[in-house]
Design a protein around this ligand. Structure first.
Ligand SMILES: NC(=O)c1ccc[n+]([C@@H]2O[C@H](COP(=O)([O-])OP(=O)(O)OC[C@H]3O[C@@H](n4cnc5c(N)ncnc54)[C@H](O)[C@@H]3O)[C@@H](O)[C@H]2O)c1
Length: 471
């Protein structure tokens, strides 16, 4: 494992904490380039201004980002175009074999990839392991479909806040035998992103991010009449009826709000609870939220790590302040959190927050916070709660807890959201399409239907007889 971690240079050896499974927070400093095309890691061609990238758990500099400029993007896209030529000439079986091999490599390096994801992103190792598993399952699933289909090449630009693990994936595909540049990585922020959108050889743009950026992406893609897949933000409702199994409803509300420090697009952050069960629900949800173990995300017992950056943490905390000003009650959390471990003191932690006495018009109920903040609202009738749940410009996900099967189906039928959960929340198996209604996006990821969003239909007529001419 240490050999594989070769490119990631550790801090001076003496500073290494006892290593249980390899890495410890604050121990990694990455010196190697983070772009990848034509078979290897590459620095940007110009000596550009390097940007610091920080490890969320510690606030220490993790690496430097060299944004790709027009020349780099052009090289990466041209290389991807070449790769597409090779890939599309291979048989479906050959492509599937390479994908399965990539899945095996991911499986064999699960722990190492998960640890690097934690260091890059700040989420808990428990969640990161599951993320690595879902990446593997996704590749296995599409390998199953690849036998009969044409393939694409992809140039991927990660978020400038989390640039590290995408390059590992590029290396894994290369190791698995994919044609050079089939999956390339260019680093950067909005400029690099817009260069990709405008590049004439990019045939399709798939974007995951916020609604305002998604709108810009669509505008840019429209200049080249390129199709887009947009996976954007949400402000999803979770409806908890009086006849719910309260224990499961509480668990569901926690899963709907606090995974990845609340930085999950599909989170059910507007929790509507029937007024008759509101006191019991709040008591239980607050008790369990207060028990969430916050701290070093590389430790097995940690359930909440660090938010992705200091500016983002500040933004989330300011949403909590705004909620207080607008009349919501902070029932727990919503404060910066400083772990006792000295190496984590500069990390971006906060205590998970439950807001009570929320009203529909409050900012915390209307806007996506993308942090560990649950807004609880009370309701009286099904008709009323449906109208309020749908009163949003977004429609990524929605959930309902009830023991009444008829009610569950009736409610889900009327919820305007791409993914609906009955008596659970945030379940996203790869076989099932995922994507949003309204401003939450266009297109779907996962499941067979996604193939359609990444394929062109070509109709070919072959005449075996004579042309029946009118002239
Ligand atoms: N629907 C989904 O599947 C899904 C999944 C995860 C996150 N999200 C959403 O993503 C958002 C959080 O992510 P974020 O903060 O990285 O979003 P963001 O919109 O700030 O940035 C996303 C990406 O867009 C790039 N970008 C920014 N401005 C650009 C521009 N003008 N041109 C080209 N590229 C540009 C950024 O560099 C980054 O890589 C939330 O709204 C969340 O709900 C959606």
């Amino acid at each position: 494992m240490l050999q594989r971690l070769g490119p990631f240079m550790r801090r001076p050896a003496g500073q290494l904490a006892p290593v249980v499974r390899g890495l410890s927070s604050g121990s990694v400093s990455i010196k190697v380039p983070l772009n990848f095309w034509a078979g290897k890691r590459r620095a940007s061609h110009e000596k550009c201004i390097k940007e610091n990238v920080y490890e969320p758990a510690t606030g220490k500099i993790l690496c430097h980002l060299e944004p790709c400029d027009a020349v780099d993007v052009d090289q990466a896209v041209k290389a991807a175009k070449l790769a597409f030529g090779h890939w599309s000439k291979m048989s479906g079986m050959e492509r599937a074999r390479i994908m399965i091999k990539a899945a095996h490599i991911i499986e064999s390096r699960r722990e190492e990839i998960a640890q690097m994801e934690v260091i890059d992103n700040g989420k808990s190792i428990t969640e990161a392991r599951l993320d690595v598993d879902s990446a593997r399952l996704c590749i296995e699933y599409y390998a199953g479909l690849a036998n009969t289909l044409a393939g694409n090449s992809m140039v991927f630009k990660p978020s400038p806040l989390t640039p590290v693990t995408a390059v590992m994936l590029a290396e894994i595909y290369a190791e698995a035998g994919a044609p050079e540049s089939l999956f390339s990585v260019v680093q950067g922020g909005q400029e690099t992103g817009s260069l990709l959108c405008h590049h004439p050889d990019v045939a399709k743009v798939s974007f995951t991010g916020s609604v305002p950026t998604g709108r810009k992406i669509m505008e840019m893609a429209s200049k080249g009449v390129k199709p887009v897949t947009l996976e954007l933000g949400g402000k999803s409702p979770l409806l908890i009826f009086q006849d719910s199994d309260l224990e499961n409803a509480v668990r569901g509300a926690l899963m709907a709000n606090f995974l990845s420090q609340g930085q999950v697009c599909s989170n059910g952050t507007r929790v509507f609870v029937h007024e008759n069960i509101l006191p019991q629900f709040l008591e239980e949800v607050v008790k369990r939220t207060q028990r969430i173990e916050i701290g070093d995300p590389l430790l097995d017992n940690t359930r909440m790590g660090a938010l992705v950056s200091q500016p983002h943490l500040d933004k989330v905390l300011s949403f909590v302040d705004q909620a207080k000003k607008e009349g919501a009650t902070v029932l727990c959390g919503g404060e910066p959190f400083v772990p006792t471990d000295p190496k984590l003191r500069g990390g971006y932690y906060m205590t998970p927050c439950v807001l009570g006495e929320c009203k529909d018009e409050m900012t915390c109920v209307r806007e996506e916070i993308f942090g560990p903040v649950m807004s609880v609202l009370s309701f009286e009738t099904e008709e009323e709660v449906l109208q309020r749940a749908n009163d949003t410009t977004m429609g990524l996900a929605a959930g309902v807890f009830t023991r009444d099967v008829k009610r569950a189906h009736r409610v889900v039928e009327n919820l305007k959201a791409g993914s609906c959960f009955i008596n659970n929340y945030n379940i996203t198996p790869v076989e099932v399409p995922f994507g949003g209604f309204k401003m939450s996006g266009i297109g779907r990821e996962n499941g067979q239907v996604t193939i359609e969003y990444y394929s062109q239909l070509k109709t070919v007529f072959v005449e075996m007889g004579d042309v029946d001419s009118l002239f």
